[in-house]
Design a protein around this ligand. Structure first.
Ligand code: HEM
Length: 379
């Protein structure tokens, strides 16, 4: 087995770099990532074996992402109803209003940075609205996300700690507002505050830090992924006008097409695991306690499963697409993400016919997906 190493760096196009690395080895070694798992079959074998690869990989409480069974199932049951069809149907008009508001402000025939002017504002507004948070908070939340993202990229632990405290204070403020107004508010944040769990035979309300963790994941965690997805969709339409036309003319299933665009250009790069016993991945020994990183951005472009990674073929690739994961941690928010992206794409294609790249886009650095800058002219 060839022993390759890989450390994410600011200079590289991480998607291209992972494509190249996958040709050399199925698992690379990395100081930052531990065992970096690259192929579709190995990523599946890790995420579908939660008894060997634990999600309790970090030091912070992370509900339910950082949990293993049986605890994981208890908390997963609490959050799943938030993404059921009836709840999403109620949220759909708000979602469309936000998409229309942002798209109607785009000036045609003028270059604009999709990332800062469209993708991030859309993701911030939509996640805030999903939680029932005031629109006035999106500015603060946006600045926080920007600074936090920079600290992640720089691996700046002191700033990360400061940002975590600031975020917690922001969430506590939202919880306090709801406590003071009694039952006057009826939104997802309020609902979460009243959820109960049964742990070790005892039924209790969610602890405050559990509510904070869930809300942190739905905002700090997901705004970046949704924003990255919007950027990837613009980039794809600029390069594939024929597919944008087919979507506009209802010749393709929108959800399947978006899933396939995001298979080709992944908004979420990786997730972590930790081995709970000695094992191996594709012949590479993994010791108990060692870090393992599953690279969705590589597995979803694995040519042994998808042929040419950039070939758009939703029908053929749908069954193998790992965009929303697999196994017990499969994304519970997928129905919400799909609805948000579908509405955005429908509104965008109704307003604009052409997407023209103005200059070379700059890709985000690991661990972020998507772009830092993507300048596009729309007509
Ligand atoms: C395009 C957008 C999104 C993508 C590509 C995505 C992708 C994923 C993936 C691949 C996983 C599995 C992680 C793992 O196995 O470690 C996951 C988990 C998760 N996602 Fe998403 N996600 C998206 C949007 C959302 C949204 C909007 C929410 C909620 C508001 C959400 C909530 C979660 C949660 C709570 C988990 C952890 C589930 C668990 O551990 O059981 N996601 N997501």
């Amino acid at each position: 087995m060839k022993n390759c190493r890989w450390e994410p760096s600011e200079q590289q196009d991480q998607i291209a770099s992972l494509d190249e690395l996958r040709q050399k080895c199925p698992v690379a070694q990395s100081e930052m990532l531990g065992h970096a798992v690259l192929t579709h079959s190995d990523v599946r074998s890790v995420i579908e074996d939660h008894e060997t690869f634990s999600n309790a990989a970090g030091s912070h409480l992370s509900v339910p992402n950082g949990m293993d069974p049986p605890e994981h199932g208890i908390f997963r049951e609490v959050i799943e109803p938030y993404f059921k069809a009836d709840r999403l149907r109620d949220f759909e008009p708000t979602c469309r209003q936000i998409a229309q508001g942002i798209i109607s402000r785009i000036t045609p025939n003028t270059a604009l940075d999709v990332v800062s002017k469209i993708a991030k504002p859309f993701a911030l507004h939509i996640q805030s609205a999903f939680l029932g948070w005031p629109e006035s908070l999106t500015g603060t939340l946006g600045e926080w996300l920007e600074a936090n993202q920079q600290a992640i990229v720089n691996n700046d632990r002191a700033t990360l700690k400061q940002k975590a405290d600031e975020f917690e204070a922001l969430i506590h403020q939202q919880l306090d507002v709801r406590r003071q107004s009694g039952s006057a508010k009826d939104d997802n944040t309020c609902r979460l505050m009243h959820e109960t769990v049964t742990v070790n035979g005892e039924t209790r309300r969610l602890h405050e830090e559990e509510v904070v963790s869930i809300l942190r994941n739905w905002t700090a965690g997901e705004v970046g992924t949704i924003a990255a997805a919007i950027g990837s969709i613009f980039y794809f339409f600029a390069q594939n006008p024929d597919i944008a036309d087919k979507l506009r003319n209802n010749q393709l299933n929108v959800d399947d097409a978006i899933d396939e665009i995001l298979r080709i250009d992944p908004p979420l790069i990786s997730n972590r695991r930790r081995a709970v016993k000695d094992t191996e991945i594709s012949g590479c020994p993994v010791k108990q306690g060692e870090k393992v990183t599953v690279l969705w951005a590589s597995a979803n472009r694995d040519e042994s499963v998808f042929g040419k990674a950039n070939t758009f073929n939703p029908e053929q690739n749908k069954a193998h697409n790992l965009l929303y994961g697999r196994g017990i941690h499969v994304c519970p928010g997928a129905p919400l993400a799909r609805m948000e992206l579908r509405i955005f794409v429908q509104e965008l294609l109704e307003h604009f016919n052409q997407f023209e790249l103005v200059n070379s886009p700059i890709r985000a650095n690991y661990p972020s997906g998507g772009f830092i800058n993507l300048s596009v002219r729309l007509t």
